[in-house]
Design a protein around this ligand. Sequence first.
Ligand SMILES: [Zn+2]
Length: 329
Amino acid sequence: MENHISPLTTKKLKKKKQSSALEWVYPPNNWKTNFNRTFIYGFSNPQAKLFVASDEYLIPEKVKIFPNGNFAQVIKLPNVQNAIKLIQILNGKKKTISRNISIELNKQRKKQTKLSSSNKFTIQNPKSKMDSILTPKSSPLCIVIDPGHGGKEHGTHSPKGISESKYNLQIAKLLYKKLKSHRSKLKIKVFLTRTKDRFVSLKQRVNFAKRKKSNLLISIHHNALPDNLDPLRHRGIGVYYTYDNVKPLANTFLNSICKKSGLRHYGLFKRDFALTRPTFCAAILVECGFLIHPLEAEYIISKKTQAKIVHGIVNAIYLVIDESHLREK
Ligand SMILES: [Zn+2]
């Protein structure tokens, strides 16, 4: 089919693609926020000048575009209801994108209630259970890798608008492959909760790990921020756990991934996530850097960095497993 396109058309298309290099990813249309400030992020031509304006108010600062074209900046919102515009000026040509942003002052946004009560798990003395997981007698060790989101659930986005779910899957698949290649050294079984870009509920993911008799559950994600925080101040690897007895294991993963990838420590966090809450195995959630950070985004989505992150995870697995899961030479 390409042969039928005249050189002129191809040229035109290319030109059009270049001039439309303005992608405003966050906030989305009709965004409601509890704050007087929010951040914007996306992708623009690095040579362009970028401004934010509303109908009656020009936001004074110019938006900084990084050399890779990514931008992320906190902006003050002037009114309760705003049509915010992003204005790109490139070679004297103006390109404008509008969004509706409304601020709900002094109103608490409803907490995300992704989990219904039926998704809750009863915690039966998690400590004693977890101790036996960290030094399991059973063999082989079962590791379940969970690539976050998928299908209709995109997660966060890169500045060019690519879904987090895609990168979660890339890292998870790479980890799966890597662990399989270690089967000559490790007595392990490895499973993925999804292998395609499809929707899998949180409950299905946990049930899958339970069915497989998982000893270690690793959920893979990329980080975003609440809409009032400065995106430039937050970078690095975050590891999340629910139970105190999983904390040392989570810390081993954090240190190992940072060491191998060169990414910063964002931190170790105790949270009640659906994928860290199971008591039948040790469960952690790894946020492989901030996809919204203008510089970090580009670094973490590269194949090279993804391989380093995976190296860090594999290295951590060797550090936390029982000797009984090593094959004798
Ligand atoms: Zn996520």
